[in-house]
Design a binder for this molecule. Structure first.
Ligand code: NAP
Length: 249
């Protein structure tokens, strides 16, 4: 049977690779991002590979927009039973320079966004008696200089994941988290820019710290998400999988 999946923040980076991977796995995929127009490249890539996808525009931190987005997916593809909470932003700064807006924005997109999306999608999962939720955490959940807001959000994603696993397990729904290490995307390009380092140089320096001696790719993360979403992972729930080229956590 065709499962219906929603991947948030799927216009680019890890979300785009995950949407493409889930489509290749046989899911019909809602590619959700702030602006539906920005989802076109991901939707086209899925269609070109023979898959089925639609673009959905929504701010995951806006409850009304989330309700409209999930209703649109239900109407156009069917009830969503796979949810990947991937949308994210960074507003890095050392604590003494971090503004309230930096704090609120990051907590809002990651945590409030994952809460609102999960609350809306679980209705369809409970009705189906089957579901998968995968939340994007990060190695930054273990603490990272300049990321008090982001580290708090990503540690929060792990607590949210474990609680969703406990509450939704009786309905056949699993909830797990993937915690990436350094992955080459626009997000890490922004970090390099903030530090005034060239992106290639930044990648090389980060890769040298990784036991596998390379930076991660969006596809590395998509593969881990794909496992948690698979039929075979039905007894794996409440777990945090660090995908960082070496041991973490
Ligand atoms: P990215 O390239 O910056 O992509 C993030 C996507 O999320 C963008 O398309 C962005 O849209 C979208 N987005 C932002 N705010 C949103 C909102 N309120 N509603 C809907 N969509 C929104 O980031 P990435 O590197 O692929 O990261 C994806 C996830 O992995 C994030 O949760 C990130 O924290 C996590 N992660 C990344 C790394 C890494 O090294 N890259 C490591 C650990 C964890 P706009 O472009 O319009 O802003």
């Amino acid at each position: 049977m065709t499962r219906i999946a929603i991947v948030t923040g799927a216009a680019r980076g890890i979300g785009a690779a995950t949407a493409q991977r889930l489509a290749a796995d046989g899911c019909a995929v809602a590619v959700l991002d702030l602006d539906a127009g920005s989802c076109a490249a991901t939707v086209d890539a899925i269609a070109d590979a023979g898959g089925r996808a639609i673009a959905v525009g929504a701010d995951v931190a806006d409850a009304d927009a989330v309700a409209r987005a999930v209703a649109q997916v239900d109407a156009e593809l069917g009830g969503p039973t796979i949810l990947v909470n991937n949308a994210g932003v960074i507003r890095d700064n050392l604590l003494f320079k971090m503004t309230e807006d930096d704090w609120d924005t990051v907590l809002s997109v990651h945590l409030r966004g994952a809460f609102l999306m999960s609350r809306e999608v679980q209705k369809h999962q409970v009705e189906a008696g089957w579901g998968r939720i995968v939340n994007l955490s990060s190695t930054s959940a273990l603490g990272n200089r300049g990321q008090a807001n982001y580290a708090a959000a990503k540690a929060g994603m792990q607590g949210l994941t474990k609680t969703l696993a406990i509450e939704l397990g009786r309905f056949g729904v699993t909830a797990n988290a993937v915690a990436p290490g350094f992955i080459v995307t626009d997000m890490t390009r922004t970090t390099a820019e903030r530090l005034g380092v060239g992106f290639e140089e930044f990648i090389e320096a980060r890769a040298a710290e990784v036991p596998l001696q390379r930076a991660g790719t969006p596809e590395d993360i998509a593969a881990a998400v794909s496992f948690f979403c698979s039929e075979g992972a039905g007894f794996v729930s409440g777990q945090v999988l660090y995908v960082a080229g070496g041991p973490r956590g």
